[in-house]
Design a protein around this ligand. Structure first.
Ligand SMILES: [Fe+2]
Ligand SMILES: [Fe+2]
Length: 164
């Protein structure tokens, strides 16, 4: 059975993942407003993935005989200054989530909670991928400096993302 400190920390993580989902959905709406359907598609899929992350913690807590406790999800921002500002915020947010996953792993080690350690390894790998994929978009956007044609090309590329 999952112990109380681990359960509480994972319930906090559910909230962080749900907030990530909400934030990315808000970013998708921002891009929809600007008619950047590809960027919006990418953010929407990202939002779906964050909800799946929340559900992984949700199911894991239940599987280990714990109690799921959902908390209020903070309202996300709705306005950004530029496309680059949005993706830079995604990068910063993902770095924060990585730190939070690392903290969970440290707690699992301290508590000698081996099942949690194994479960969290999936998230550690996932965060490497998340940080790397968003870093690529930040780099692309910096390179093209909001030049219309290039932004449209990147938008087309991001529109091709189907999942993962
Ligand atoms: Fe996540
Ligand atoms: Fe993420």
């Amino acid at each position: 059975m999952i112990n109380k400190p681990m359960q509480d920390a994972m319930n906090e993580q559910i909230n962080k993942e749900m907030f990530s989902s909400y934030l990315y959905l808000s970013m998708a709406a921002y891009f929809e407003d600007k008619n950047l359907r590809g960027f919006a598609n990418w953010m929407r899929i990202q939002a779906d993935e964050e909800r799946e992350h929340a559900m992984k913690f949700y199911d894991f807590i239940l599987e280990r005989g714990g109690h799921v406790q959902l908390k209020a999800v903070e309202a996300p921002k709705t306005e950004w200054g530029s496309n680059l500002e949005v993706v830079e915020e995604v990068a910063a947010h993902e770095a924060m989530v990585t730190a939070s996953i690392n903290d969970l792993y440290e707690l699992a080690m301290k508590e000698k909670d081996y099942p949690s350690q194994i479960m969290l390894q999936w998230f550690i790998t996932e965060q490497v991928e998340e940080e790397s994929s968003v870093a690529q978009i930040v780099a692309d956007l910096k390179l093209i400096e909001e030049r219309g044609t290039a932004v449209l090309m990147l938008d087309k590329q991001l529109g091709k993302r189907t999942s993962g």
